[in-house]
Design a protein around this ligand. Structure first.
Ligand code: 13P
Length: 248
């Protein structure tokens, strides 16, 4: 099965830097078979939607609010994203949970609004180091899913991708053991299947994915792809990871 490779640029790249990135990416681009989604900062999105012509490559946002419009200074709505040529939005990322106090309930509202506006959602879940030490990661993750997807219907699940991102592996350079990532991705799939009777959910792994560890991760049967932070900021490294996914 083709893997799904998602780049999360986080708060990196000015539009000028994005322009340079796109030129480099286009010079390396091949006839990719994988699904590729690039999530740049809001200020660089228009460059991707304008310059990337490959229909295999979709553009995603890293956040949105749950209202269509109104007096919500600083926020961006799913409706605005959709009309800007964006097709995906990352919601529930641990950095938003930690630095911006996003709760499972708020994330659930955002997911609902994004879906209602025709966006697909990359919904992030994952335990922190303390929760892993206490060995309560399974409960943490199923609770995040239960609370944020409580108002979601089975029919919506085809537009939700789940990304398992253990907080303790993000940005550290050291990913989780592939077999452990596989176990967690399977737990998520089984939970969705049991609670929604839906078996098609794609689950990505995220946390220090790079060309050096991608093969071992992508070989795992329950890992459908990767959500990549730091390594996606280097176009050459990102294309290398895509190549690895295509050769599994
Ligand atoms: P890194 O790949 O930099 O660890 O980031 C992972 C991540 O948070 C992607 O959303």
């Amino acid at each position: 099965m083709n893997k799904l490779i998602v780049a999360n640029f986080k708060m990196n790249q000015t539009p000028i830097e994005t322009d340079e990135y796109i030129s480099k990416f286009l010079s390396l681009e091949k006839n990719f078979k994988s699904g590729i989604i690039i999530c740049p900062p809001f200020t660089s999105m228009y460059l991707f939607t304008k310059k990337l012509k490959n229909p295999k490559i979709k553009i995603g946002a890293q956040n949105c609010y749950f209202k269509d419009c109104g007096a919500y200074t600083g926020e961006i709505s799913p409706k605005m994203l959709k009309s800007s040529g964006v097709q995906y939005v990352i919601l529930g990322h641990s950095e938003r949970r930690i630095y911006f106090n996003e709760s499972n309930t708020l994330i659930g509202e955002k997911i609902k609004a994004a879906l209602a506006n025709g966006l697909s959602v990359i919904f992030c879940v994952g335990e922190n180091e303390n929760e892993r030490t206490k060995n309560i990661q399974n409960d943490v993750i199923t609770n995040q899913i239960k609370k944020s997807l409580q108002n979601i219907e089975k029919i919506d699940l085809k537009n939700i991708i789940i990304a398992y991102e253990p907080v303790w592996a993000i940005g550290t350079g050291t990913a989780i053991f592939p077999s452990e990532a596989d176990k967690m991705c399977k737990l998520i799939k089984d939970f969705i299947n049991k609670n929604y009777n839906y078996s098609q959910t794609k689950v990505l792994y995220g946390g220090s994915v790079k060309s050096g560890n991608a093969k071992n991760l992508f070989e795992m049967p329950n890992i459908d792809g990767a959500l990549i932070g730091g390594a996606s900021l280097d176009a050459k490294e990102f294309v290398k990871i895509i190549d690895i996914a295509e050769n599994i």
